[in-house]
Design a protein around this ligand. Structure first.
Ligand SMILES: [Cu+2]
Length: 341
């Protein structure tokens, strides 16, 4: 039904456009000018519209910054997060500086040199110095940004470990996450989708001795300050494990294991005390109260960042960062694979 409606609207739009062209032809005939002739009045109109559009563009940019900066992520909660944010901030500052410099000039010139009957363009063939400047300057700026970016990337992806990282498997499927802790030996037992059966929802090989002490959980708890090595698997399609607050993301690909390591540096409780976070939570809860919804408390989350199907939006898992003691207590309450399967 909506398909037919769209078709009708499209046909009507084409007919309207045809009629408008016809009116334009007739009116230019009445004015005794050719319809393709551009008058000074047309040029003036276009020039001023260009200037107006330029102003609108710059103004809307600042409006958006003001409106949406408060809803961006709070301070990073991982060791590498600060480097990541610095890279992002510096890149954005360079881009914004260029935008604010170049765009007003572009629109100003479009207005200043708008067409006029008695104005002729200057013939200007070539200038080596100009060519040199606008090739070298962007090349140097880009090279610096790229080298800085590659160095940051390399540091994030190859962290130096003074402490053995805690190994946790993150298992993705349409549409939920399951976590598996590596247990006492900090080694995950073998697992494969072909071994999925009944209660064995993520296909753990119960004959593998390394897997007996593994613990399957529906929430991720992390001790603060300890590096965590996440190993990702997917059951069906490509998902993407996205930890926005820790500035981390990795694809989960069926048939292979991917990994990402980071060190959480701020506990959930500390984050809830942060002034910026409290302001965000207050803003969210104001909206929720108006809608008659229950109040929200700040939590770290694991989200799926690949459009993996109809309930993709709902694919999330809670993450709690806490003290070593709280973490140890929680972990002892979780059942091992040997106990459950
Ligand atoms: Cu997904």
């Amino acid at each position: 039904m909506s398909g037919i409606m769209t078709l009708i609207v499209l046909v009507l739009a084409v007919l309207t456009a045809l009629q408008l062209i016809r009116i334009f032809e007739l009116s230019s005939k009445a004015r005794q000018t050719a319809e393709y002739e551009v008058t000074d009045r047309d040029n003036n109109n276009q020039g001023w519209l260009m200037l107006l559009f330029g102003f609108g563009l710059i103004a809307s940019f600042f409006w958006m910054l003001n409106a949406w900066l408060p809803v961006t992520l709070p301070k990073p909660a991982s060791a590498h997060g600060t480097d990541y944010d610095n890279l992002m901030t510096i890149s954005m500052l360079v881009i914004i500086a260029m935008f604010v410099l170049v765009q007003p000039i572009l629109f100003y010139f479009a207005w200043k040199y708008r067409g006029a009957k008695d104005r002729k363009a200057t013939y200007y063939e070539h200038n080596n110095r100009l060519e040199f400047i606008w090739t070298i300057v962007p090349a140097v700026v880009l090279a610096v940004l790229i080298i800085y970016g590659m160095t940051t990337w390399s540091n994030v992806m190859n962290p130096k470990n003074e402490q053995e990282p805690l190994v946790i498997e993150v298992y993705a499927q349409q549409f939920k996450w399951t976590a598996r802790y590596a247990g006492q030996d900090n080694q995950l037992g073998y697992a494969n989708v072909r071994l999925i059966k009944d209660a064995n929802v993520i296909g753990v090989d119960t004959l593998d001795t390394k897997g007996g002490d593994d613990k399957i959980t529906t929430e991720i708890h992390l001790p603060v300050g300890r590096p965590v090595l996440f190993k990702f698997r997917s059951q069906d399609v490509i998902h993407s494990a996205y930890f926005p607050h820790f500035r981390a993301q990795m694809n989960c690909v069926p048939g292979m294991t991917t990994q990402f390591q980071f060190t959480p540096t701020v506990t959930t409780a500390e984050m809830r005390q942060d002034a910026e976070v409290q302001a965000k939570v207050a803003r969210i809860n104001k909206i929720r109260t108006e809608k008659g919804l229950e109040a929200y408390a700040y939590d770290y989350v694991l989200l799926c960042n690949k459009i993996c199907g109809s309930a993709h939006y709902n694919m999330q898992m809670n993450i709690v960062v806490e003290s070593e003691a709280e973490y140890a207590k929680w972990l002892t309450e979780q059942k091992t694979v040997a106990e459950t399967l």
